[in-house]
Design a protein around this ligand. Structure first.
Ligand SMILES: NC(=O)NCCC(=O)O
Length: 442
């Protein structure tokens, strides 16, 4: 019997020498996919298939799959998105700890005056470990242990900048509106998760973005949805608080915290200029744009979102932001199904329920030239490692001129008018609509 492998393809890819033009998608064993196929219209009870990419690989003839993947992922610097070989030790870690491991590389054209600026990006997606009715301290400790194992793998893979998922230290309990979950909040600067990650940042000389539920003791213990940015020397460089708070479906986050007050900071790190657009902010194009205007070269989008609500949007929005703003985007979503002890409702007519639905993982990285990696598993914890030559940002800006043609003054004026109470929409009506003349009489 064939041995089941849950993290199939990049482990093997990294085992062998890759030719320069090798496709990023040479998947051979897709056992999970075959088992997870559902008929159109069915709602999968188990989270469904492992990934669209593996589904296609499994069902298409190889030549058709190659062409389909070129069309889906696009071309990076004129070639298919390349695979990145990883040290065998990292692959061994993914086997031992059973997480999806994928690695790719985005190149840029060689320049005469600038050396390549290659940064190794890592993203981690994970499920909670213990049931949500376990003691909070145990839940948090178990998540930190699990994520610690994944961070070790990222560090061993030589990741320079690592981002975790939104509110990574806790279940995404904001659906419940119960205040007991506020206990998971901690100080951005002094909290246990920050101290925990500072250790890894020092050990691996790695910048780490840590999205947590923040308690701001200085301002009356208020709560925020915050990303803490830890520098490669273990210092806290700064933090960003989520700008746009969802009020959709079971995402009852506005019960807990307010819209952020930190603007659109870009953090200049040893490895490049980075920013964090937290989850629901990805639906707001101006949010993406402001980070770009402040000079971000990579924007991370740590998220927590579920299938019914957003899965069709997921592959589009972060990728579109990378294209529209000529920077790299790393989109990270948690994985698994979280069930809470007490049923809740969200005022949408649905019966009281205890679950949020399936967090579909599918983390990926998109490049400014519209190319994109495949996604991590929809079902499994995962680490994606991506080399990105940041020179690509300026090259794409020079090619497409999107900043130059943006007409910011036009829009500044428009927004200025729009935000006035007396704003009148610029609508030019067909005079015949209100003239009493019927269309058929013309
Ligand atoms: N965490 C969060 O903001 N989720 C909102 C749902 C979504 O943006 O898909």
């Amino acid at each position: 019997m064939k041995k089941k492998r849950t993290t199939p393809f990049l482990k093997r890819a990294a085992d062998r020498e890759l030719s320069g033009d090798e496709q990023a998608c040479d998947v051979e064993d897709l056992e999970r996919v075959g088992g997870g196929v559902v008929a159109l219209g069915d709602v999968p009870q188990d989270g469904g298939s492992d990934s669209l990419y593996r589904l296609l690989k499994h069902h298409l003839p190889p030549g058709v799959f190659k062409e389909a993947s070129r069309m889906i992922l696009g071309l990076n610097n004129g070639s298919v998105v390349g695979m990145l070989p990883l040290p065998p030790a990292v692959m061994a870690m993914s086997t031992a700890a059973d997480f999806d491991l994928q690695a790719y590389r985005f190149t840029a054209a060689e320049e005469e005056l600038r050396a390549p600026r290659i940064v190794r990006i890592g993203v981690i997606q994970n499920a909670i470990v213990l049931p949500t009715d376990a003691p909070f301290a145990d839940q948090k400790r178990a998540i930190m242990k699990r994520v610690g194992d994944l961070i070790e793998a990222a560090g061993t893979a030589g990741v320079n900048i690592l981002c975790l998922q939104e509110a990574w230290t806790m279940p995404f309990a904001f659906c419940t509106r119960e205040k007991t979950w506020c206990e998971f909040a901690e100080s951005a600067e002094e909290g246990t998760s920050t101290k925990f990650l500072q250790m890894f940042a020092c050990k691996f000389k790695m910048v780490i973005i840590s999205p947590i539920l923040e308690r701001d003791e200085v301002h009356g213990g208020t709560l925020w949805n915050t990303a803490v940015v830890i520098g490669n020397n273990g210092n806290v460089i700064g933090k960003h608080r989520k700008n746009h708070i969802p009020r959709v479906g079971d995402f009852n986050e506005s019960t807990y915290y307010m819209e952020g007050n930190t603007g659109h900071p870009v953090f200049e790190t040893a490895y490049g200029k980075i920013a964090v657009n937290i989850c629901y902010g990805r639906h707001h194009t101006l949010n993406w744009q402001a980070f770009g205007m402040n000079g971000a070269e990579i924007v991370f989008n740590p998220s927590a979102t579920v299938g019914d609500l957003s899965e069709p949007m997921w592959p589009i929005e972060a990728r579109n932001a990378a294209i529209a703003n000529s920077y790299f985007v790393a989109a990270i979503n948690r994985v698994g199904t979280e069930v809470f002890p007490r049923a809740f409702t969200s005022g949408d007519g649905k019966p009281a329920h205890k679950g949020f639905g399936h967090f579909y993982g599918s983390s990926y990285v998109a490049a400014p030239d519209s190319s994109c990696t495949p996604s991590l598993s929809r079902l499994q914890d995962g680490l994606m490692v991506v080399d990105a030559d940041l020179n690509l940002c300026q090259q794409v800006r020079d090619k497409w001129g999107l900043r130059m043609t943006a007409r910011y003054d036009l829009y500044a004026n428009f927004f200025n008018e729009y935000t006035k109470h007396a704003f009148k929409p610029q609508v030019i009506s067909d005079p015949l609509l209100h003239s009493g003349l019927e269309a058929h009489s013309l």
